[in-house]
Design a protein around this ligand. Structure first.
Ligand code: CTP
Length: 408
């Protein structure tokens, strides 16, 4: 594979020397494109000796070969490490004032950027906006590590270790990493998926709502896993506090079931897979007064009249907004005197009509708010397709394995 390694001018440029070695050892041809500032930290002879390729920083070098076009078009992967605040800003605004930024405009392959800077710079709204812009365009911006920075200060902004950057970058294109690990699974490449996550809130009045305990972590893990497997992901986030940056290509924040239904159905019209991981309220107050409901001392509370919400999952399964679309639901069950968790899960699978239903037991330390999860995957007939347990990411990957099998 042909890799372009962009290096911008930060002290962490020295770590890019190790990254270059790792990429070369993994068998790739690597051309280094430092910025002029990067050369003040590590000189061109180092890059040339270790890459075995010429090094230039300006578009005016070697003009007859129109380098920025040839390099960008010929690359299978571009990795920029470290990406300084200035480089992120130039890339986000489409500047082309040196060979690296010009090449970023001509490259059509995956681009991975590993930022490194002081915490204040990383946290600045300008940098956050630049990162969001780049991510929205499909650039894989790796989160910086936390730890010792250049001076005595510590915090997020540290360049991740070269091994971690190499692994993350090679995984983006499905190449084995330097350690010869198995290919990253890219079985959702080219697929569009919608994941709903979190829990809906149904207003009682302007300050109160009916809600539930869902944190959205399982849904976020599904979004992250799908992205890692190559999908374009829309996350419909119901009341999730700060979904992690980069969890999805698009995030639509919603509050109520009605908003969630609209957002999911709009995105589902273009999607190959819809996963309803959100905990959706079955009922909502019939009326949500515009003014706060007051307590009248000595009088009991007025009853809250509830009306039924649409069943978003059942509707999606029945409507199939796109031919061949796979619809996945969740069922959080406790088991009762009518039957155990699986008994209720099988009945729900048949009732909802989704292609897959991930049944998990809740209560007793399982489910909502916990780090780990365990699910049984059922088909529309209620038959067991697979079982998965472990971290929410492990469970997410097991669900995508089952979805990928349906596509195959
Ligand atoms: N769901 C939905 N719309 C609703 C209620 C639930 O889309 N109004 C979806 C959830 O996102 C989940 C699945 O349906 O994927 C199962 O949710 P659950 O609350 O377990 O199912 P219910 O149909 O509400 O069944 P019950 O409350 O009787 O267990």
């Amino acid at each position: 594979m042909r890799i372009l390694l962009g290096v911008s001018g930060g002290i962490a440029a020295y770590k890019a020397v190790l990254l270059l070695r790792l990429l070369r050892e993994a068998g790739h041809a690597v051309r280094v494109i430092p910025t002029a500032a990067a050369l003040r930290f590590v000189g061109a002879p180092t890059w040339e000796a270790l890459s075995g390729e010429p090094v230039s920083t300006e578009v005016f070098d070697d003009v007859e070969h129109v380098q920025h076009v040839a390099l960008g078009k010929g690359a299978d992967l571009v990795v920029v490490a470290p990406a300084t605040a200035d480089l992120l800003a130039r890339a986000a605004t489409g500047r082309a004032d040196d060979l690296l930024t010009s090449t970023l405009l001509t490259a059509r392959c995956p681009v991975v950027m590993a930022p490194a800077m002081h915490t204040e710079m990383w946290d600045h709204p300008a940098t956050r906006a630049n990162v969001a812009t780049l991510r929205a365009r499909g650039v894989h911006v790796i989160e910086p590590a936390s730890g010792r920075l250049t001076g005595k200060d510590t915090g997020p902004g540290r360049l991740p270790e070269p091994e971690d950057i190499a692994r993350a970058a090679l995984a983006v294109v499905g190449a084995p990493d330097a350690g010869g690990a198995p290919d990253a699974v890219r079985d959702l490449a080219g697929r569009r998926v919608v994941v709903s996550a979190g829990g809906t809130r149904e207003p009682i009045d302007p300050v109160r709502f009916i809600g539930n305990r869902s944190t959205g972590r399982q849904g976020v893990a599904l979004a992250q896993a799908a992205r890692a497997r190559g999908a374009h992901v829309t996350l419909v986030a119901a009341n999730i506090a700060d979904p992690p940056a980069g969890a999805a290509d698009d995030v639509v924040a919603v509050e109520t079931t009605a908003q969630l239904r609209d957002a999911v159905r709009t995105a589902a019209a273009q999607a190959d897979v819809v996963v309803m991981a959100a905990a959706v309220a079955d009922f909502r107050p019939a009326a949500a007064p515009a003014a706060k409901i007051k307590k009248v001392p000595g009088q009991g509370p007025a009853p809250i009249e509830l009306v039924e919400n649409p069943d978003v999952l059942a509707e999606l399964a029945a409507d199939r907004l796109r031919p061949g679309q796979v619809v996945v639901g969740f069922a959080a069950e406790t088991g009762d005197d009518q039957g155990d968790v699986l008994h209720h899960g099988r009945a729900k699978a048949r009732r909802k009509g989704a292609d897959l239903l991930a049944v998990n037991a809740v209560g007793g330390g399982l489910g909502f708010g916990t780090a780990d999860n365990a699910v049984t995957l059922l088909d529309a007939a209620g038959e067991t397709v697979a079982e998965a347990a472990g971290s929410k990411r492990d469970v997410a990957d097991a669900i995508w394995d089952a979805v990928a099998k349906l596509f195959a």
